[in-house]
Design a protein around this ligand. Structure first.
Ligand SMILES: NC(=O)c1ccc[n+]([C@@H]2O[C@H](COP(=O)([O-])OP(=O)(O)OC[C@H]3O[C@@H](n4cnc5c(N)ncnc54)[C@H](OP(=O)(O)O)[C@@H]3O)[C@@H](O)[C@H]2O)c1
Length: 244
C-alpha cells in the first residue's frame, strides 16, 4: 500500500513548529495539493500561509479536546494523508511523587488523541481510496528512558495503538507508518536537554516521504534511530508478522 504524494491532500497536527512544520513544508514542496494545518492557534501558521497561500488551510486542533478532531473531520473531508504529530513531554521517573499524574498527562496528550484522530479520519481515508496515516512515535516507544518514564510509557502505548491501526485498516487499504525517531532538534528536545548534535526535523519529513513511496511501516529518520534499528528491526518485523 502506497500513495502518490503529489496530488494528495494532507492533514498534519502540530504543523506550526518543530517536526510538524518540517513535515508540512516537506509535503508542500513534494507537491501535495494542500495541507490542513491542525493547530491550537490558527495564526501560528501565518508564515506558512504567506509562503504557500491557500495550499495551507488552518483548522483548530487541541490534543486534549476530542471535539476538535471531530470538527476537523467535518472540514477536511478530502484528505488521503493524516500525520499525527502533535505531542507532549514531561520529565518523570516511576518513583517521583507525581509519577501517576505525569503519566496521565502524557497519555492524554500522546495516546487518547491518536485514537480520537484515527476514529475521526479512518472513514475519510477509506472514502478517499485508503490513503495513509503516519504516527510520530519515538525510540522511547521501544526503550524506557528513566527520566522520561511517563513519556516512554505513553509513546509505547501510541506505538501499540499504531500497530492496531495497521491491522484494523489493512482491509480498507490504508498505509500506516510508525516513525521511530531518536532526538531531533526541536523545542521539545531542547527543553528535554536532548538536542545537542541532533539532526533537523527535515530528516523526519524525508523519512516519511520515502516510506510513503516504499510502503514501509517503520521510519527510522535519524542516525541514532538507525543504529537501534540494526538490532531492532528484524526482531520487530518478525514479531509483527506473528499471526493472530
Ligand atoms: N523532538 C524529538 O526529539 C522527538 C523524537 C521522537 C518523537 N518526537 C515526537 O514528535 C512529535 C513532535 O515533536 P516536536 O519535537 O516537533 O515537538 P515541539 O517542537 O514541542 O512541537 C510540539 C507540537 O505539538 C503541539 N501541541 C502541544 N500540545 C498541544 C495540544 N494540547 N494541542 C494541540 N497541539 C499541541 C505544539 O503546538 P503549540 O505550538 O500550540 O504548543 C507543537 O506544534 C511529538 O509527538 C513528539 O513526541 C519528537
Amino acid at each position: 500500500m502506497t500513495i502518490e504524494v503529489r496530488n494528495s491532500i494532507a492533514l498534519v497536527t502540530g504543523a506550526n513548529r518543530g517536526i510538524g512544520k518540517a513535515v508540512t513544508v516537506g509535503l508542500l514542496e513534494a507537491g501535495v495539493v494542500k495541507v490542513y494545518t491542525a493547530v491550537r492557534n490558527l495564526s501560528s501558521v501565518n508564515d506558512l500561509i504567506n509562503k504557500y497561500g491557500d495550499r495551507v488551510v488552518p483548522v483548530e486542533f487541541d490534543l486534549t479536546r476530542k471535539e476538535t478532531s471531530d470538527a476537523a473531520a467535518t472540514i477536511a473531508t478530502d484528505v488521503n494523508l493524516v500525520v499525527s504529530n502533535a505531542g507532549v513531554v514531561k520529565l518523570s521517573t516511576p518513583l517521583d511523587a507525581d509519577a501517576v499524574e505525569s503519566m496521565k498527562y502524557q497519555m492524554e496528550g500522546n495516546v487518547y488523541p491518536l485514537i480520537n484522530l484515527a476514529q475521526a479520519f479512518g472513514p475519510i481515508l477509506k472514502a478517499n481510496g485508503g490513503g495513509a496515516f503516519v504516527q510520530m512515535n519515538s525510540l522511547a516507544s521501544i526503550k524506557n528512558f528513566l527520566p522520561f518514564t511517563g513519556y516512554s510509557a505513553s509513546k509505547a502505548a501510541s506505538y501499540s495503538v499504531t500497530q492496531g491501526l495497521r491491522e484494523a485498516w489493512a482491509d480498507q487499504g490504508t498505509q500506516v507508518i510508525s516513525v521511530i525517531a531518536g532526538p531531533i532538534k526541536t523545542d521539545m528536545s531542547d527543553a528535554a536537554g536532548m538536542s545537542e548534535g541532533a539532526p533537523p526535523p527535515s530528516v523526519v519529513s524525508d523519512g516519511i516521504l520515502a516510506a510513503l513511496k516504499s510502503g514501509d511501516f517503520f521510519v527510522y529518520p535519524d542516525q541514532v534511530a538507525q543504529g537501534v534499528a540494526k538490532v531492532y528491526e528484524s526482531y520487530a518485523t518478525n514479531v509483527l508478522e506473528i499471526p493472530r
